[in-house]
Write a protein that binds this ligand. Structure first.
Ligand code: JFE
Length: 250
């Protein structure tokens, strides 16, 4: 997978050099290229913004730097054999970023991220590139950030961990809270590791029993308890039949 990120804060994407994404890049599983939008400005102040038509607070990011940057990035990608780009535009007014959308994006060969700042990018930029490629306008949550770079980090990590061979235990994302199956839509339950005793606190007996069926049922029940407490909205999405099937397996 190729990822291009165009931003006025390229250093904000430095975390993509470490941990899971950094290792995937080092192994050649991910080709991540970060571009400074100001490369495509030609005035003394490297201007990327201007006042909004219609008035109002803040500034809007100008068309030309984005158009020149995206044309260059896309041309370079095509020249190096990349195909099937999609534009990913972080915005508070986008569709919610979910595990389902992470899976969908992980199946694409080339993501081009356009994290904006100020009050966003002149709408004509998205309209222009929507004529050439799929555009995903994505919100990572119902809160307002100062720009899209943090969202790029979130989306990239959620997508990268789904790529074959990136996660150490190939199966572990299959048990994700939001992955299909009996635990789908359930939050993660509690986890424990050594030492067995810590400040007078013990490990739940069932986890020491070696009885895999009882352990699986306990984990499912704990996940149900936590989901009921913290995300009752997810409970409605659970499939009781999947629980029955899982119970019969345990
Ligand atoms: C566009 O409308 C906006 C309205 C008020 C502020 C801002 C600030 N801002 C600029 C670019 C940008 C990109 C993403 C986000 C963002 C995403 C999520 N989930 N929260 N916040 C916020 C961004 C934009």
């Amino acid at each position: 997978m190729r990822l291009d990120v165009v931003t006025i804060f390229p250093e904000y994407l430095d975390p993509l050099n470490v941990s899971l994404v950094g290792k995937a890049r080092a192994r050649g599983q991910l080709d991540v290229r970060v571009h400074d939008l100001r490369t495509w400005t030609y005035d003394r102040h490297n201007t990327v913004d201007d006042t909004p038509y219609g008035g109002g607070p803040g500034m809007v990011m100008k068309t030309d730097p984005w158009g020149d940057a995206l044309d260059t990035v896309l041309a370079d990608g095509y020249e190096t054999g990349a195909r099937g780009p999609v534009l990913v535009v972080p915005t508070p007014s986008g569709r919610p970023f979910t595990q389902e959308l992470a899976v969908e994006l992980s199946e694409r060969p080339w993501l081009v991220f356009t994290p904006a700042r100020y009050e966003g990018i002149d709408r004509r930029v998205v309209d222009e590139y929507a004529t050439r490629m799929p555009v995903y306008e994505v919100s990572i949550g119902d809160y307002v950030l100062a720009g899209g770079e943090a969202a790029v980090l979130v989306i990239t990590e959620a997508v990268a961990r789904l790529l074959p061979g990136v996660l150490g235990n190939a199966e572990s994302h299959r048990d994700d809270s939001f992955a299909p199956g009996a635990m789908a839509n359930l939050l993660e339950g509690p986890v424990y590791t050594k030492p067995p005793h810590w400040r007078g606190r013990e490990i739940p007996e069932v986890l020491l029993s070696g009885h895999h069926g009882k352990i699986a049922r306990w984990r499912r029940d704990e996940a149900l308890r936590r989901t009921t407490a913290n995300r009752p909205d997810l409970i409605e999405r659970c499939d009781p039949a999947a629980f029955d099937r899982k119970d019969r397996e345990m």
